[in-house]
Write a protein that binds this ligand. Structure first.
Ligand code: ZN
Length: 550
């Protein structure tokens, strides 16, 4: 009897081993197309909060046919858009990839820098000297997974980035992209970094003017309003507005709002996402992406920004956010069905993630008897300035406070021959005493600071000496630095509401299933590198998610 067991045991071992051998067989098969979808400000829990109302072919198709990495965390602070997109596509962190905020300060020149600002290029499709067009990925110090695909295929792969936001299209598409498109005043534009003229089909797309169509139609909820989450009603005190002082109630007249403001109002509606995905289809069609004659994969990087604009404006519990996700779900279903026809089911790989999440509106939490609050940046800055003048006898020793960091004015401090260490310590002590501040520390001494893990490592990962501030400020949970307005919401903190993001892969080379094992945003790029058999980006610190890959 024992022998039979032994025999069966050995047989199972051999079968398993040959199975492993089969899995390890190398080949150079690759998907025809990779599509990255970053949903700006999508909290992980939105996958499940609205699950029962999603259709079968959008988010649910990804969850059911693909692989969900349920516990994906952002490994740095501050959790902002430009950094999120850079990290997803580089597998790296601000300390290395250099995108230290949406805006940051260059230490050497003490000049403000917008993440994709590039004064050496001009806008295409708009007034060439307008700031909004003078954009490129030059401030990004490392390669992206899209760059590595270009390098690996002798630049034969086509790479295009598309987003309402310049930074959402430019940073993911990388330095070697064929194109990146973003929206200014309702039109799609690019820069001379990529091209001298918009392609005819993008000009035609602008001429067809979907922006006008959707603004004219207005925004009504997809379903009866009483079927939405409604502990807070539509048009509640936590919601902001399109035009200052004007309530925004369903059904929303967008035409009026756009007339009073500008056509970019489309961005703060679900139709901003619809138009983005329609442009993506147009580019995929006209560029024949996914049908590369050199038989190499193409890569389209899409970022859907409306979710972020709407979240900032109306906070996360609004019917407007719910309706936005239900509409996005429908748009995704249409987009996947387009990809099935264009590239063929199973021939493409798609992943969906987010650049960051979002907190509840602090006032909402306080009204429900929770803890949370507002730290008014302007008032705090003024109080600090007053104390610094009293103590050190000089004005404006603090250059700025942004990204939850304090930037000292070293030029001034050096010229006055003041002791910068003393000033720094004074500011830290001052900040620590403020309501809502949990920690404040010298960014050069983060490893010695008394932050708990993982906040300490998130701070270190987010700290780029040449582009970050001098003092890191960590607020208490559900506290936010605000200017005056108490409506809407924001993000940027270490806390799970900002740092826990969705991550789902689907299609070619992807297993079906899910995992709750800890994973990081930095793991996305190396997983794609493994899938594509190409080198990981040159600043990558992530690890491939081996469960995801077939
Ligand atoms: Zn945002």
């Amino acid at each position: 009897m024992k022998r039979i067991f032994h025999f069966i045991y050995i047989l199972i071992f051999i079968l398993n081993f040959s199975n492993v051998q089969a899995q390890l067989k190398n080949n150079n098969d690759r998907p025809k197309l990779v599509v990255g979808i970053v949903v700006d400000q999508m909290r992980w829990d939105y996958l499940y909060k609205y699950y029962d109302r999603y259709n079968n072919n959008g988010f649910k198709r990804m969850l059911n046919q693909g692989f969900a990495v349920e516990n994906t965390q952002i490994p740095y602070i501050p959790t902002y858009t430009a950094i999120g997109h850079s990290t997803i596509y580089t597998g790296s962190v601000p300390a290395i990839h250099g995108i230290a905020g949406n805006n940051f300060m260059i230490r050497a020149t003490q000049k403000d820098m917008y993440c994709t600002q590039d004064d050496s290029v001009k806008g295409v499709g708009l007034d060439p000297d307008k700031f909004e067009g003078k954009m490129s990925p030059r401030n990004l110090l490392t390669t992206t997974i899209t760059d590595e695909l270009k390098l690996a295929t002798d630049f034969k792969s086509k790479v295009v980035g598309i987003s309402l936001k310049d930074r959402g299209g430019i940073l993911p598409a990388g330095h070697f992209a064929d194109a990146a498109y973003w929206m200014v005043d309702g039109n799609w534009v690019s820069s001379t970094f990529y091209m001298n003229d918009l392609p005819g089909y993008v000009r035609d797309f602008n001429k067809a003017d979907l922006t006008k169509k959707y603004l004219d139609e207005g925004w009504s909820p997809m379903y009866p309003l009483n079927t939405y989450f409604d502990r807070v009603k539509d048009d509640n005190p936590y919601e902001g507005s399109y035009v200052k002082g004007e309530h925004v109630r369903f059904p929303i007249n967008l035409k009026d709002a756009a007339a009073k403001k500008n056509r970019d109002v489309i961005k703060s509606t679900p139709f901003g996402n619809t138009v983005t995905l329609k442009l993506a289809q147009t580019v995929l069609t006209f560029e024949k992406m996914g049908k590369n004659p050199a038989n190499v994969p193409d890569f389209m990087a899409i970022s859907l920004s409306s979710t972020d604009y709407i979240g900032h404006q109306f906070a996360i519990n609004s019917a407007k956010i719910e309706d936005t996700y239900l509409r996005l779900d429908k748009d995704l279903a249409d987009f996947f069905s387009f990809l099935d026809n264009h590239v063929g089911k199973g021939n493409y790989t798609v992943f969906l993630t987010a650049d960051h999440g979002a907190a509840h509106n602090p006032q909402y939490i306080a009204d429900e008897k929770g803890n949370g609050g507002f730290l008014y940046k302007k008032e705090l800055g003024m109080a600090l300035e007053e104390q610094l003048i009293k103590t050190f006898g000089h004005k404006k020793l603090v250059y700025t406070m942004t990204n939850n960091q304090v930037f000292l004015d070293y030029k001034l401090i050096d010229s006055l021959q003041l002791d910068d260490k003393k000033i720094k310590q004074y500011v830290i002590n001052f900040l620590k005493k403020q309501d809502g501040v949990a920690f404040a520390a010298d960014m050069e001494q983060l490893s010695l600071s008394s932050f708990p893990e993982p906040i300490k490592s998130m701070s270190i990962n987010g700290y780029n000496y040449k582009r970050s501030g001098d003092i890191q400020v960590i607020l208490e949970p559900q506290w936010y630095g605000f200017y005056k307005d108490k409506t809407g919401t924001t993000h940027g903190a270490w806390n799970p509401y900002d740092s826990h993001i969705p991550l789902v892969f689907m299609g070619w080379g992807i297993r079906q299933g899910n995992s709750h094992a800890p994973a990081y945003m930095t793991d996305i790029a190396p997983t794609l590198a493994a899938l594509l058999h190409i080198q990981e980006p040159n600043g990558n610190i992530g690890k491939p998610l081996i469960d995801v890959l077939r």
